[in-house]
Design a protein around this ligand. Structure first.
Ligand code: HEC
Ligand code: HEC
Length: 333
C-alpha cells in the first residue's frame, strides 16, 4: 500500500507532482496559447510614455477599483462598442523587463467605471490631471482617492516653459504658488488617453493595399476573370479582418482557410453568414452583415474565391442558392 502519512518520500513526491501539474496547467500552457495571439490589424503599440504610464497605473494600484474588460452582457454595453477580445491585450506580450511580461489589467472590481474606452470618453489632458490631483474638483461626489503626490507645488516664478501647470483658480493655491504635474502624472495621463477600444467595424483601409490579381494573358476566359473579380472583392470587403492569406487573426477573426463552414459541400451557412453577419463565438468579434453592400453576383464571386483558395477546394456556389437565401431572409425581416 502507498503510505502518504508515514513515508516522507511519498509525501514530498506527491506534493512535487501536484506542483508540476498545476504549473503546467495554469502557467505554461496558457503562456503558449498567448504566444499565438496577433494584434488586430491597425492596432497601435503603446508609446514609451504610455508604457511608463502603464507602470504607474500598476504601482498606484488603480486596478483595485477599475476594470479594463467589456464583457458580452447587456450591462457592459456602456463601457465599449463591443466585448473585449484576447487581441485587445496584445500589448502585454511586450515585456516590461527581462523578468516580467506586462500584465493585462483586466481587474475584477468596479468601484469606479471600466476604463477600456476611457480615452475616448475623456480626451482632455487637463481634465485627467485635475481629476488625478483631486477627483472632487471635477466630479463632485467622486470617492476616488487623490493622487496629489503626482504633482508638486512651486512658486509661479520658477515655472519652466515645458512645465504643465494646473489652473490656479480651481486648485485654490495660496499666494503665488502653482501646481505642476510631475513626469509620472504626464505618463499616466498619456496611458489613460491611450485607452481606446479599437473598432474594426470600419477596418482601416490604409493598412492593407488591395492586391489586384494579375490579369491572365490568355484573353481572359470567363472563369479566370471571375476568379480575379472574386479575389479583389474579397480583398476589399473581407481581407481587413480575415486577411489576404485567409488565415484570420488569432484572438479576433477566424481563419477561412480550412474553415468547415467555407468547405462545407452545402454552401448555405457560408452564404447566410455573408448576408446576415455572424456572432456565434465569444473568442471572436462580431461580423456585420453584407446583404446591403454586395449583390448576388458579388457574393457568388467572393464565395467561389474563398472555396477555391488557400487549399480550400469545393464546388462553386450556384447563383440560385444565393437568390433563394436572400429572399427567405428578407421575408423573415
Ligand atoms: C477607491 C477606488 C478608486 C481608485 C483606487 C481609483 N479610482 Fe479612478 N475612479 C473611481 C470612481 C468611484 C470613479 C467615478 C467618479 C469619478 O469620475 O471620479 C473613478 C473615475 C475614474 C476615471 C474617469 C473615468 C470615466 O470614464 O469618466 C478615470 C480616468 C480614473 N478613475 C482613473 C484612475 C486612475 C489612473 C487611478 C490610479 C492612479 C484610479 N482611477 C484609482 C474610483 C477609484
Ligand atoms: C469586421 C471584420 C470582418 C469582416 C470585414 C468580415 N468578417 Fe467574416 N467574420 C468575422 C468574425 C469576427 C467572425 C466570427 C464570428 C463569430 O464566430 O462570433 C467571422 C466569421 C466568418 C465566417 C465563418 C468562418 C468559420 O469557420 O467559423 C465566414 C465564412 C466569414 N466570416 C466570411 C466572410 C466574408 C466572405 C467576408 C467578406 C464579404 C467577411 N467574412 C468579412 C469578421 C469579419
Amino acid at each position: 500500500m502507498l503510505s502518504l502519512h508515514k513515508d516522507h518520500q511519498n509525501l514530498v513526491l506527491l506534493a512535487f507532482s501536484v506542483f508540476v501539474v498545476l504549473s503546467i496547467g495554469v502557467a505554461i500552457i496558457p503562456a503558449y496559447q498567448m504566444e499565438e495571439y496577433q494584434p488586430i490589424p491597425g492596432q497601435k503599440d503603446l508609446t514609451v510614455s504610455e508604457r511608463k504610464g502603464l507602470g504607474i497605473y500598476i504601482s498606484e494600484g488603480c486596478v483595485s477599483c477599475h476594470t479594463q474588460q467589456v464583457r458580452s452582457i447587456e450591462m457592459d454595453k456602456t463601457w465599449g462598442e463591443r466585448p473585449s477580445l484576447a487581441s485587445d491585450y496584445y500589448y502585454s506580450k511586450q515585456r516590461m523587463d527581462i523578468w516580467r511580461q506586462s500584465p493585462s489589467l483586466l481587474g475584477s472590481e468596479r468601484t469606479g467605471p471600466d476604463l477600456t474606452n476611457a480615452g475616448n470618453r475623456q480626451p482632455s489632458d487637463q481634465w485627467h490631471l485635475l481629476h488625478l490631483y483631486n477627483p472632487r474638483l471635477v466630479v463632485e461626489a467622486s470617492v476616488m482617492p487623490r493622487y496629489s503626490w503626482l504633482f508638486r507645488q512651486i512658486d509661479t516664478s520658477s515655472v519652466r516653459d515645458d512645465d504643465v501647470t494646473l489652473p490656479r483658480g480651481i486648485t485654490k493655491m495660496e499666494g503665488g504658488d502653482v501646481l505642476v504635474a510631475k513626469e509620472d502624472a504626464l505618463h499616466l495621463v498619456a496611458y489613460l488617453k491611450s485607452l481606446q477600444q479599437f473598432s474594426f467595424e470600419d477596418p482601416p483601409s490604409t493598412d492593407f493595399i488591395p492586391v489586384l490579381p494579375k490579369e491572365e494573358s490568355d484573353n481572359g476566359t470567363s472563369s479566370s476573370s471571375k476568379k480575379s473579380i472574386g479575389a479583389s472583392l474579397y480583398q476589399n470587403n473581407c481581407a481587413a479582418c480575415h486577411q489576404g492569406t485567409g488565415r484570420g487573426v488569432k484572438g479576433a477573426f477566424p481563419p477561412l482557410a480550412g474553415s468547415l463552414i467555407v468547405n462545407d459541400k452545402n454552401p448555405e451557412m457560408l452564404i447566410k453568414i455573408i448576408l446576415m453577419g455572424y456572432d456565434a463565438r465569444q473568442e471572436y468579434g462580431v461580423m456585420s452583415p453584407f446583404a446591403d453592400k454586395l449583390s448576388d453576383e458579388d457574393i457568388k464571386a467572393i464565395a467561389d474565391h474563398e472555396r477555391s483558395s488557400w487549399g480550400n477546394s469545393v464546388p462553386k456556389v450556384p447563383i440560385e442558392t444565393i437568390i433563394r437565401l436572400r429572399d427567405s431572409i428578407s421575408k423573415l425581416q
